[in-house]
Write a protein that binds this ligand. Structure first.
Ligand code: PGA
Length: 241
């Protein structure tokens, strides 16, 4: 795992965007794996700027998001469907038909998960996966557990994740307790992965990722066996101050 330590959040976002931009330049029909949360917002802002300046072209890009709350309406401004349109898709020349977020409105979650994996496979697999990390070491909504699941599945959020995500909701009782998430296998199949980590509150998770052996109690440690991972972090996350 290559580690890039940046001065601050803005620099981290720029570094991440540079890698995404190179990916799209080298392979205009790239399949991107996208993440939500506060971490990648700066990276998406940089991509929007690069697209405006005609330095990158999204017209042939396809995307698959990592996860979505379940159940949730796509009109809910806390849904990841809404987030992606708001923070990226509405502002770049991507064909919305080529963007995919697990459907939190589905009546048949199992079928939705199976189809999601099939769609990723049919598209040719993810070329570049963007990841964040939870304070508890989760990647996507693969929460610490004795067992981790390979493919896209329905999962229950841990109390820690519900509390961390409650900052986006009016009240903690509004945070959905379940989600549809890509599994560890789907993430590990990506050809290249970048994981962005910023802020002092992620210091412990970052140190665990770097220093602990592989364990399902810290799902991000599984990334250690992937051949092409770049960790991009800011000083606050790396040094904890
Ligand atoms: P955050 O979430 O970017 O909002 O910190 C990351 C995560 O939980 O994976």
């Amino acid at each position: 795992m290559r580690v890039i330590i940046c001065e601050n959040y803005d620099e981290m976002s720029k570094e991440g965007a540079k890698i995404v931009a190179s990916q799209i330049t080298l392979k205009p029909d790239s399949i991107l794996g996208l993440a939500t949360g506060s971490t990648p917002i700066g990276l998406y802002k940089n991509l929007i700027e690069l697209n405006k300046n005609k330095e990158i072209d999204f017209s042939c890009v396809k995307s698959f998001n990592l996860d979505e709350y379940y159940p949730i309406s796509r009109e809910n401004d806390q849904s990841y469907f809404y987030f992606m349109n708001d923070n990226l898709f509405n502002h770049v020349n991507i064909d919305k038909n080529n963007t995919h977020v697990p459907n939190g409105e589905t009546k048949n979650a199992e079928e939705e998960c199976k189809n999601y994996d099939k769609m990723i496979d049919k598209a040719g697999g993810i070329d570049l996966q963007i990841l964040g990390i939870g304070q508890n070491g989760h990647i996507a909504f693969n929460e610490p557990d004795k067992n981790l699941i390979t493919g896209t599945h329905v999962t229950s959020l841990t109390q820690n994740t519900i509390e961390a995500n409650s900052r986006f909701f009016n009240d903690i009782s509004e945070v959905p307790t379940k989600a549809l998430t890509m599994g560890i296998g789907s993430i590990m199949k990506a050809k290249k992965i970048i994981i962005l980590i910023n802020g002092e509150n992620k210091h412990a998770a970052l140190k665990e990722l770097l220093n602990e052996n592989i364990t399902t109690d810290i799902p991000a440690t599984l990334l250690k066996v992937h051949p092409d991972v770049v960790l991009i972090c800011d000083k606050a996350a790396y040094y904890g101050k």
